[in-house]
Design a protein around this ligand. Sequence first.
Ligand SMILES: Nc1ncnc2c1ncn2[C@@H]1O[C@H](COP(=O)(O)OP(=O)(O)OP(=O)(O)O)[C@@H](O)[C@H]1O
Ligand code: SF4
Ligand SMILES: [Mg+2]
Length: 491
Amino acid sequence: MSDIDKKPQEDSMANEISQREVVNQGKAVQNASTSTDVKSEAKPNKAKKDKSGYISGKESRSISKENNRITRMYEKRKNRKNVPESEYVTQMKDSGNIVEFENLHTYFFTDAGVVKAVNGVSFSIPQGSTVGVVGESGCGKSVTSLSLMQLVQRPQGQIMEGSEIRFKSTIYKEDEKGSQIPIWETDAAGNVRQSQKLDKKGNPILGADGNPIMENVQKRDHNDIPMYETEERVYNIAKMPINKMRKVRGREISMIFQEPMTSLNPVFRIGHQIDEVILLHMPGATKKSAKNRTYEMLRLVGIIPEIVYSKYPHELSGGMRQRVIIAMSLACDPKLIIADEPTTALDVTIQAQILELLRNVKDKISGSIMLITHDLGVIAEMADFVVVMYAGKIIEIGTAKEIFDNPHHPYTIGLQKSKPVVNKRVDRLYSIPGSVPNPIGMPDHCHFAGRCDKKIGACQGPYPGYTQISPTHKVACHLYLNNKDNSGNND
Ligand SMILES: Nc1ncnc2c1ncn2[C@@H]1O[C@H](COP(=O)(O)OP(=O)(O)OP(=O)(O)O)[C@@H](O)[C@H]1O
Ligand code: SF4
Ligand SMILES: [Mg+2]
């Protein structure tokens, strides 16, 4: 997290781009397409509403036409074949991070106008840590994580030009022919070990001279899955072509969703579904070795594999199903697990067990977790860092201690107040008055202004930039700007 928190310069760059974008969102889109469509200039499709608050049919058709043009342009770029790696290979700003979001804008081009679901988000996930993302429904938590997986609903949902999602990936090394490079077994003297080449029946294959043909012995892990050489590569996922992204998704980044029943396929047995992930992503895995690994993963999440392997999802309880999903997400040793409301569909006792399990497995695989939730209690228990989002933007970010012990933004303070506290008797829990502004056509000033009881004159001005409270803690609110630079990430 330190990286992003320590870079006000980059934030101001993000802000500047956002400001430019609101003036001419179309130009940003056009910049993306200079190579393909130089003449076309997308105009900002701001819907004019009639007195009743509805847009006319004509207006809607013109928005739709413009949206089609923009989304087709983005799709064309994404679906290109043989894209040179130089277009999407990059460097991490801080080598201690596994993910760095920088100036992420993800928009949905709908017939009613553009929904700026994620609007200039920058934060990073350090290796081995849990980063909690919290905020009101519709503030863009899921869209941020879906952008990282390139799973935003297409074609209407697009990651805009200028966004960066850097991910430190471990890929299989390839030789000139594009084949993976095996790791060979060696003896004590460092010589590659050899054994007789066998046919399918297990009999030695003989050469022309009548002697058995010898071959190098490939190293295998404890589940008998062959091992290959790997190397580190940093990708900008925002620019990665779809076919390349398939190798990262599910293997290096896996996702746990809110409702395990809908994440599992009801017509296949549990074992088959986990085996499939292993067979797809682990080269050289056989049905037998994949089954070995599935058994290992099920044991890791506290399930007796001999019983559950051949069951169907409907035969398991909600908690068991969520454990199966966690086992599946671990199957390929991911670097990052995204858990989007992983406990919301479960009762409290099971919630606690699942959270404990997530914490344990993170340490076992030395991975990181991006934990998305409404529940501040879950964040307090699990997260090292907390990102507070509101209406598509980060309004406060810091370590869990900073956000819980010393919240600054009126929205974060409101969230804290609305949380029940043990041993504190209240007649009615606090609720933040009002609701989130319409995502189509957000105001240019602070998005929270309509609900804020600490509003000052400056709040009707440009969107506030970040104020650094500590090296790891920053907040976007006019109250802390001290009349310094308040030309913020306005959009
Ligand atoms: N496919 C879509 N088409 C249009 N708008 C969308 C689409 N998916 C999401 N959005 C909009 O993007 C915004 C952010 O949605 P998102 O799902 O990220 O919210 P969230 O913070 O995860 O909320 P919740 O806590 O309810 O899951 C919302 O305004 C939502 O309406
Ligand atoms: S900028 Fe103003 S309106 Fe927005 S949260 Fe801060 S005090 Fe409230
Ligand atoms: Mg969500």
